[in-house]
Ligand binder design. Sequence first.
Ligand SMILES: [Fe+2]
Ligand SMILES: [Fe+2]
Length: 324
Amino acid sequence: MDRRVISGTVDTVFELDYSVRAEDMRSLYEKAKRDQWNATRDIAWATPEPPDGRVLAEELIDIHGSPIWERLGERDRIELNRRITAWRLSVLLYGEQGAMLVCSQLVGIVPGADQKFFQASQVMDEARHNEVLERYIQARLGGLHYPMPENERFLFDTILTDPRWYIKTIALQLVAETFAVSMFKMMAEAALDPVLREVCQRILQDESRHMGFGMLALPGIVREASEGERREMEDFTCLAVEKVLTGFFPLEAYQDLGFSPAQIDEIRSYRRGAAARNDYAAYRKFFRRDMHAAMVNNLARIGLLTERVRPRLAALGIALPAAA
Ligand SMILES: [Fe+2]
Ligand SMILES: [Fe+2]
């Protein structure tokens, strides 16, 4: 069977007080109940596909505009469009499964009934995201999946085995979901298939609540942390940011299209050059700006944009406002 087993132990907190103790957290849970949707019923699956088979704007393909791209025929361009989309959606699909598993642990570990209730709702949300992306891949991309990238596997293994709820929340609800929100926004904007656009927009509705959990739960614990604990939080933040920002290259999609190792090297160096010059299409420029600004803003709000963190973010290419 296609599955991985990750061993770990966590402490489960059985709450006995179910009164409202954190009102803003309880109202986030109320919103989660109010805004549930159903991937079976609420997505217009019968909408016709784009006639030429392209699902995403060509500008989102790394090599768009490069000499290699110019040499590709129409059929290969469409094939690459579908394969790169399947590769991106596979990464997001594993992220949704990972998020569901992390939140199911959080239900047990996090203290407080309000927090547990909200996490229970997030488990349901992430299951729905996992379900809807799989349905999309089956319905529109012929069931094409690509393997989980090493960085993503490493990140989720680390989150799932760390016993502390706030470390899981920093990595998931703060870093990974900030990244995912910008990614889904970009995909929704760039989708040529209206069903893909709708799927991304639906997922986005839930994601802002999930980030809200981190924004409500983390500032207090960061404020009260000892020096040693704060350093661990800072280090974990930087590790998670590094993992979500690097190491995502759709190698297998290019291989499937028959690119030789020499051509793949050419693609990699074209990508590096584009990154160094920040020479991206408008969609990507917006994504980078949006994601970097959201990351910096969210870290500042919870008190983790510290003097130790700032230079490490800058080294990852994240633009920072001058220190206050
Ligand atoms: Fe999700
Ligand atoms: Fe989420």
